[in-house]
Design a protein around this ligand. Structure first.
Ligand code: PRP
Length: 212
């Protein structure tokens, strides 16, 4: 095989799990386990080149073709709507997109609801579907602080274990969407590297089914 398949994986906890799945699928690259400060890992025998990026950046690499394939959360795909193919639900990184706030908070519906979030598009779409007007407050992290300090009435955020909410005296008020990691592909790569993309997709799919 002359050309390697470029694979963008999310850094961090999810990336470790995702890499484990790729390894199980027969696409291991031993160097990944001893990373140091390296960002790119090649396995010519397996025909792949891995690189780890911020989870929210994976879709950008794939959309623009810097990566042929990658793994991104459904939250990112819904929020940024990159022009990529979504090939598989990997079933990893399961969590929920939720409206959260002080326990028992109820929306009186009188004025615009102040909602703090990183996910402005998902939030806007959700409240539009309810016909509820909102005052959207875009934050980049530590969203839970907003209702505590009175910056917002509620937040829309990802809940995985629920520990962050519990430790800050907040609760899930409504679940909006289930989220999980998706295997995505660059559109031209599906054509020009058809065999490599198909073989990897099939192996990952087999591994997911074996687990069920
Ligand atoms: C996410 C999310 C919550 C937390 C939920 O934040 O925004 O804060 O995880 O996880 P839990 O239900 O298991 O407690 P992340 O760790 O991605 O950091 P962030 O504050 O930068 O968004």
């Amino acid at each position: 095989m002359s050309e390697l398949l470029n694979v963008a994986l999310p850094k961090g906890r999810l990336g470790d799990k995702v890499y484990g799945l790729f390894e199980k699928a027969g696409y291991g690259c031993p160097d990944v386990l001893d990373p140091g400060r390296r960002l790119v890992f090649e396995s010519p025998e397996r025909g792949v080149r891995y690189f780890f990026v911020k989870p929210s950046d994976v879709a950008i690499y794939v959309e623009r073709g810097a990566a042929d394939v990658g793994v991104a959360g459904k939250d990112i795909l819904l929020e940024y709507r990159p022009d990529v193919y979504e090939l598989l639900d990997l079933g990893l990184g399961r969590c929920r997109m939720c409206v959260c706030g002080r326990p028992g908070h109820s929306d009186s519906g009188e004025r615009s609801l102040r909602v703090a979030t990183k996910f402005t598009r998902i939030t806007r779409d959700y409240y539009a579907s309810l016909g509820r007007s909102v005052d959207l407050i875009h934050l980049n992290g530590s969203i839970e602080l907003a209702p505590i300090l009175g910056l917002s009435d509620v937040i829309v955020d990802i809940v995985e274990t629920g520990a962050t909410l519990r430790e800050n005296g907040l609760a899930v008020l409504t679940e909006i969407l289930p989220i999980s990691a998706r295997f995505i592909a660059n559109k031209p790569s599906c054509k020009f590297k058809y065999e490599a993309v198909t073989a990897l997709t099939r192996r990952l799919s087999d591994c997911i089914e074996e687990k069920l």
